[in-house]
Design a protein around this ligand. Structure first.
Ligand code: NCD
Length: 311
């Protein structure tokens, strides 16, 4: 460890290359732990972690919980998919309760952008953002980068296309920050109605022509069409969306070359991605899930001090 220290992981915006690299390097060590017959180390023995999920999640919640258990932490879970607007007092009460229970680390997913930052300002526990509204999802982007490092090697100069519903995607934002910091080129492609203008200020190029974008890239990260976040009328129809922006085998063949295919899940098969692409030879979608556990172990380990040896 070269001594980068983290109190919180709120987002990848502004995170240094050194810090990202340290997380990815530590994740390599934990990947090795996960290969062992007993994939468990005592690194976080005595550390108490609360997983607070205010929005539905399967993959991310299970991945964090597994990572915590593989590090021997004490874990408690709270889930509520009640998406009525949470008032300031309610979050403050949550914060006070966490403080009173002497929790060391809080992993929070919340439908409101900034909820993790709100907690970080008010309690002494370390906060990890597991997705806040359409803002950031840093551990997803880190696991995506770890997957690419394994699959391809250095990220410097790599051409990554992020395809689909950019407007509602915290995965897109965190990936753009992280990939740009590590020297990759990023393009985004999707319908005009799902393309926030501010992505241009993040140093990425926008295109609405999928064929052209596919001819350019080495990697395609396909995003879920977030049907639950759509306002009426943004997309004429799913069929229409699929026709212009769905990733199909035929389109990939037309673009030529081997592409790495990623998707953070959950997938709408037959909408943003066809099954023969999702399950095809270029797909690393399940590998992303495996690497997710190692990345979360690394983040939890570094946030808790990173001093104890990985035995
Ligand atoms: C993403 C999320 O929740 O932000 N999924 C995930 O964490 N694996 C993307 C999505 O919901 O489409």
């Amino acid at each position: 460890m070269n001594g980068v220290r983290f109190n919180h992981l709120l987002g990848l915006e502004g995170m240094s290359r050194e810090a990202i690299t340290e997380i990815l390097d530590s994740a390599e060590a934990f990947l090795e732990v996960l290969e062992r017959p007993i994939p468990k180390v005592p690194s976080l023995r005595g550390v108490t972690i609360a997983n607070l999920f205010f929005e539905p999640s399967t993959r991310t919640r299970i991945s964090f919980e597994l990572a915590e258990k593989r590090l021997s932490a004490d874990v408690t879970n709270f889930s509520s998919s009640n998406s009525s607007l949470v008032k300031g007092e309610t979050m403050l009460d949550t914060a006070r309760n966490i403080e009173a229970m002497k929790v060391d680390v809080v992993v929070i997913r919340h439908f409101a952008q900034g909820a993790p930052h709100f907690l970080a300002d008010r309690i002494s526990a370390s906060i990890i953002n597991a997705g806040d509204g359409a803002h950031e999802h840093p551990t997803q982007a880190l696991l995506d980068m770890l997957t690419l490092k394994h699959q391809i090697g250095a990220l410097d100069g790599l051409k990554v296309l992020i395809l689909g519903d950019i407007a509602h995607s915290r995965v897109a934002r965190s990936n753009i920050w992280g990939l740009r910091t590590l020297g990759a080129s990023v393009k985004v492609c999707g319908p005009l109605a799902l393309m926030p203008r501010e992505v241009e200020e993040m140093g990425v190029e926008i295109t609405h022509d999928l064929n052209e974008a596919l001819a350019w890239c080495d990697v395609v990260n396909v995003l879920r069409l977030q049907l639950e976040r759509q306002q009426e009328g943004l997309i004429p129809s799913l069929r229409d969306y699929q026709r212009s922006f769905g990733l199909t085998r035929k389109r990939l063949e037309m673009a030529g070359g081997d592409k790495v295919i990623m998707h953070p899940g959950p997938m709408n098969r037959g909408v943003e991605i066809d099954s023969d692409v999702a399950d095809g030879s270029g797909s690393v979608i399940l590998r992303q899930v495996t690497y997710g556990v190692a990345v979360r172990m690394a983040v939890l380990y570094l946030i808790s001090g990173g001093e104890r040896i990985i035995e």
